[in-house]
Design a protein around this ligand. Structure first.
Ligand code: ARG
Length: 401
């Protein structure tokens, strides 16, 4: 029986050519799998037809947009995950859900190998292959760009020679990856890290310099998950989409960073994640009133570690799973409403309320009705500083010898 290979298919030039390229190099049949993670753009049926036109024996489309929002974006929100303090893991969280569907398709179509269009320099090859190794340890991986010398020039020549139904003349100088959680743009002019991004780079956000009137939004959460916007019930996917639209119109969520790739390269990327950044901001502020101090402090370090693991392609790893359990436990009381103003590139929280709040007006107030006994503070401070005071006494004594 002819060997079968499942290919992660985007509909773009590289993966379209990869269908025939893999076929010629290996003699295998190629099954194209396109996964909808809310990337928008062309219809998936158009993409499916293109795969067949490029020689795929089967083309399969998986609608994973709700699954992606519920099982990938929501954990990222609960973790307030920002890799290196900036990047909300847009591409990093889409790879594991794509992997799930690739492995499922490999089983369904009897494939032995999974292929993807990544280069040998990035994080995504790692995320795909570590994920595949974990979910389908018997499956092999192949990356035509990396393993079968499929360069851009060769791809264009191949597409023209074979008359593939794909545009080869439209020159996009950027490498773009997008889904409902955000959009990532790199290469070309951006590789000079002194160059400011130009206007044409952005798609999810309008220029924050010329914002429309401020937009006030109330986001309601239950156990860390957005459940309503301005009182209207929403699913996680709807919440992200609605905030992409409203925060995007105000230019919220533009990020320009040089980040540390897992392979040791520092690389520059421009992100736009209006919905994700508005949600993370709101969620963090709700945690500020509902999560106990020590738990909150510890959670910040857990969230950072979680972000690194996910960035580094360890979505399906045991440690990531254990950290998920911790984060989930912290979210029990993260319920309530956050009011924020979206304007001129900023999402600013200006009101919060929660039935499960730890904010105690009577303890906090400086007005009459104060229930905090200030006389307790003196003794507390005395003991709190004791250890450092004893040490400093020793230091003075030793220095004086
Ligand atoms: N640097 C980001 C990451 O590793 C995004 C990678 C994909 N970016 C792109 N523009 N194609 O998660």
């Amino acid at each position: 029986m002819t060997e079968r290979i499942v290919l992660a298919y985007s509909g773009g030039l590289d993966t379209s050519v990869a269908i025939g390229w893999i076929g010629e190099a290996t003699g295998a049949e190629v099954i194209a799998v396109a996964v909808d993670v809310g990337q928008g753009g062309e219809s998936l049926e158009t993409i499916r037809q293109r795969a067949l036109g490029c020689g795929a024996v089967e083309a399969y489309v998986a609608d994973a947009s709700d699954e992606f929002a519920n099982e990938y974006c929501m954990p990222t929100l609960k973790a307030n995950a920002l890799y290196q303090g900036h990047y909300p893991l847009v591409s990093a969280i889409s790879r594991p859900v794509i992997v799930k569907h690739l492995v499922k398709a490999a089983r369904e179509f009897g494939a032995t190998t999974v292929a993807h269009g990544c280069t040998g320099k990035g994080n995504d090859q790692v995320r795909f292959e570590v994920g595949i190794q974990t979910l389908g340890p018997d499956l092999k991986c192949i990356a035509p760009v990396r393993d079968l010398a499929l360069t851009r020039d060769k791809a264009i020549a191949f597409a023209e020679e074979k008359g593939l139904p794909i545009e080869t003349t439209k020159k996009n100088p950027y490498s773009i990856d997008q889904n409902v959680w955000g959009r990532a743009v790199e290469t070309g002019y951006l590789e000079d890290i002194w160059n400011a991004p130009t206007k044409d780079i952005y798609d999810y956000t309008a220029a924050p310099e010329f914002p429309p009137a401020p937009d006030e939004v109330t986001i309601s959460f239950e156990a860390g998950v957005p459940v309503a916007i301005d009182g209207v019930k929403v699913t996680p996917l709807q919440a992200i989409k609605e905030l992409n639209r409203r925060a995007g119109a105000q230019g919220v969520g533009r990020i320009d960073v040089v980040e540390d790739r897992l392979v040791g390269i520092k690389s520059r990327e421009i992100y736009e994640a209006p919905g994700a950044m508005a949600l993370i901001t709101a969620h963090k502020h709700l945690e500020d009133i509902t999560v106990e101090r020590e738990q909150a402090r510890f959670k910040a370090t857990v969230g950072q570690r979680w972000s690194e693991l996910v960035y580094d392609g360890q979505w399906f790893s045991p440690l990531k799973r254990s950290l998920d359990a911790f984060i989930e436990d912290t979210q029990k009381h993260v319920s309530g409403d956050i009011r924020m103003t979206l304007h001129g590139g900023q999402a600013v929280v200006n009101g919060r309320r929660s039935e499960t709040s730890l904010y105690d007006f009577d303890l906090a107030t400086y007005d009459t009705g104060d229930t905090f006994d200030q006389s307790m503070a003196r003794g507390f401070i005395e003991l709190w500083g004791m250890s450092a005071k004893v040490a400093s006494g020793r230091d003075i004594r030793v220095a004086g010898k």
